[in-house]
Design a protein around this ligand. Sequence first.
Ligand code: CP
Length: 315
Amino acid sequence: MVRSFLRDTDFSRDEACEVFELAARYKRLRAAGVLDVLKGQSWGLIFFKKSTRTRLSFEAGIYELGGHPMVMNAGDLQLSRGETVADTAKIMGRYLHGLVIRAFEQEVVDDFAKHSGLPVVNALTDLLHPCQSYADMFTMMEYFGSEGANPDSIKGRKFVFFGDTACNMAYSLALAGSMFGVEVVLCGPEEFRPGPELDELFADASLKPSYSFTSDPAAAAKGADILYTDVWVSMGKEEEKADRIAKMAPYQVNEKLFKLANKNAAFMHCLPAHSGEEVSEGVLRGSRSIIFDEAENRLHVQKAIISMLVKKNAG
Ligand code: CP
């Protein structure tokens, strides 16, 4: 069975640690030049949704691993004229060596993995965003650890996600955080609390959850080590914009919330950010914000994820 990375838990904790060690090495040695991990390989990148960071970091990363990245907007493929995912995946399996896919439904990335026979990386679905959560764990390890990627440096840290806690980022952070013993607090309006699908993801992976939910932003921020948020209006939810902004306003990450957090607490955001909505301009641009390290780490971590898949599938 070809290994893919479709859910945060598709790597064991030990494998994820190996990914982070490799990412730290890739980051340190980036200037050494192009590697030969993907020598002779063509990887397809299919986007059903818009992207800046994911597209650029995968395209650059695959090149830096010695491979050939081929970016495709799903709207330009025959998929958009009714060709099935199964047939498209089978065809791609004849040409390519791996796929990176950003889609709406999780089933689309699952079906590409099932029918292509290729390693597939989930580059965001409505359910999960595991490449971002892995980059976030790595960024926390850098921030709280002395050097490299030491998982013990984030164990027991209080990580609070504010906003829509039934979204892909909240779910991936709950899963990845639980793999590393992070105390994940999901904080938002009751109406946007996690659904039963999050518990199903934990059950399917036989992973003990280390997350909790609260609708009280002050209680959540108290003693927090990381304050994290994401846009209130995710891709595909645009018609709910006014309602979401009104309901989530009390959960804005701002100076008032930061005063309740630990002294060395940091601000994280997967980006793009909407300053003045989910985060105040002062916090977003302030000295506690590590958003650009976080964004850069997508590159190093994704190179490591792809390298792990190549290694596991060769073995
Ligand atoms: N964080 C993230 O996935 O960014 P993009 O939507 O720009 O890829």
